[in-house]
Design a protein around this ligand. Structure first.
Ligand SMILES: NC(=O)c1ccc[n+]([C@@H]2O[C@H](COP(=O)([O-])OP(=O)(O)OC[C@H]3O[C@@H](n4cnc5c(N)ncnc54)[C@H](OP(=O)(O)O)[C@@H]3O)[C@@H](O)[C@H]2O)c1
Length: 246
């Protein structure tokens, strides 16, 4: 039985992942912005087999609430084995271009709040000398594109930060996993037309759980083919890339 904290628990990907953990009888602690969503998830996860399910309402951008949330999660679960950091917003890129305030809010939600949480989590896991930290970044962080570079640059921060954290914590037996999903059919992307490259949240959840089970501190593209798509996209010379409408 693992003790698992899920931050951004209301996310479709996080919920699908939490359900898989619940079915294995793990103990969960859910963190999100909406009390009623967390409440109904708790009931659902108990029915699915979770050993215990706790919850805590928190906006990830309220940085001064992070430490208290972690204290409560540790108290409720009796420690922490696995943490999944999943919250995020796909802001309106065009609106960000006309607003510093909006741009900074998106960077806070998708980047800085994750860095703040990971800084506290790393110190706690370091003391414990074991555990797994899973962070959902995105393929969008691999190369800035005009259609979503505010979101993408926040994810690039998360990718680089988790890369360094992975190196720091690896010798201590702590596994940091950076998850980079491609297009996933969730409320975040509800307005987008869907096609062959799109995955369901359950597929991403299965990939996350299997990465946790493998215990390999690494970067995981989900589904797997995004590793090769992004390899190609990253290798396009800037002289060509700057002309593309991506
Ligand atoms: N969907 C994709 O195509 C895709 C691709 C690559 C990466 N990702 C990443 O996957 C993760 C999960 O996203 P998803 O696709 O599952 O989207 P989702 O279902 O829309 O979930 C996003 C979640 O983040 C929460 N959230 C947003 N801002 C928050 C804040 N300030 N504090 C606390 N929680 C906050 C939302 O809570 P509320 O319900 O309260 O708004 C919601 O539960 C995100 O990190 C996202 O960037 C998604």
């Amino acid at each position: 039985m693992k003790k698992i904290l899920v931050i951004g628990a209301g996310s479709a990907i996080a919920e699908a992942t939490a359900r898989m953990f619940a079915q294995r009888g793990d103990a969960l602690f859910l963190v999100g912005r909406k009390a009623e969503v967390l409440e109904s998830m708790c009931a659902d996860l108990r029915v699915r087999g979770a050993q215990t399910v706790g919850r805590h309402v928190m906006d990830a951008n309220a940085f001064d609430g992070h430490a208290a949330m972690l204290n409560e999660a540790e108290r409720a679960l009796g420690g922490l084995d696995i943490v999944l950091v999943a919250h995020g917003t796909l802001g309106d890129q065009k609106a960000c271009e006309g607003s510093v305030e909006l741009t900074l809010r998106e960077l806070n939600t998708n980047g800085i709040s994750v860095v703040a949480l990971l800084t506290l989590l790393a110190a706690r896991f370091e003391q414990r000398g074991a555990g797994t930290i899973v962070v959902i970044s995105s393929v969008a962080g691999d190369r800035g594109r005009q259609s979503n570079y505010v979101y993408g640059s926040a994810k690039a921060l998360v990718t680089a930060f988790t890369s360094g954290l992975r190196q720091r914590l690896y010798p201590l037996g702590i596994c940091v996993i950076t998850v980079k999903p491609g297009f996933v059919d969730t409320p975040m992307t509800a307005a987008f037309p869907k096609g062959a490259l799109w995955a369901k949240p359950q597929q991403i959840a299965a990939g996350i759980v299997s990465a946790v089970d493998r215990g390999s501190a690494t970067v995981v593209y989900l589904p797997w083919f995004w590793r090769w798509i992004m390899l190609i996209i990253r290798s396009i010379p800037e002289s060509i890339f700057r002309r593309l409408q991506l």
